[in-house]
Design a protein around this ligand. Structure first.
Ligand SMILES: [Zn+2]
Length: 110
């Protein structure tokens, strides 16, 4: 079976790849890797396995939608508890905000 990469038409080869999320490696998983653009494709079973490991390590569901609200003249963006714990930020933690582009604000923790 020869698979082609849907992004660039390159040849896909089965490889064991190191899977990283939020800068943390969670192990090696079998993937089809494009020899041209490097894109990695996981089958459904492997994706489920990755999700299970993410859940176990508390890395699952850290990407969430949140609403902006008001406080005086400032806007407040709420950080959900699981994300705050993962980032180790608490009340009074000093952070620096800066725009990366028009769609993205970065929060740097000191
Ligand atoms: Zn490709």
């Amino acid at each position: 079976m020869k698979d082609k990469c849907v992004l660039c038409g390159g040849t896909l080869k089965k490889k064991l790849v190191n899977y990283e999320i939020y800068g943390k490696s969670i192990g090696k998983f079998s993937a089809l890797v494009c020899d041209s653009c490097g894109e990695q494709w996981f089958d459904e079973k492997t994706s489920k396995k990755i999700q299970e490991v993410e859940k176990k390590k508390g890395l699952f569901g850290l990407s969430v939608e949140t609403k902006v609200s008001y406080s005086g003249n400032s806007l407040i963006i709420r950080v959900p508890k699981n994300l705050a714990e993962f980032m180790n930020i608490k009340k009074e933690t000093r952070v620096t905000l800066y725009p990366e582009n028009k769609d993205k604000i970065c929060v740097m923790i000191k």
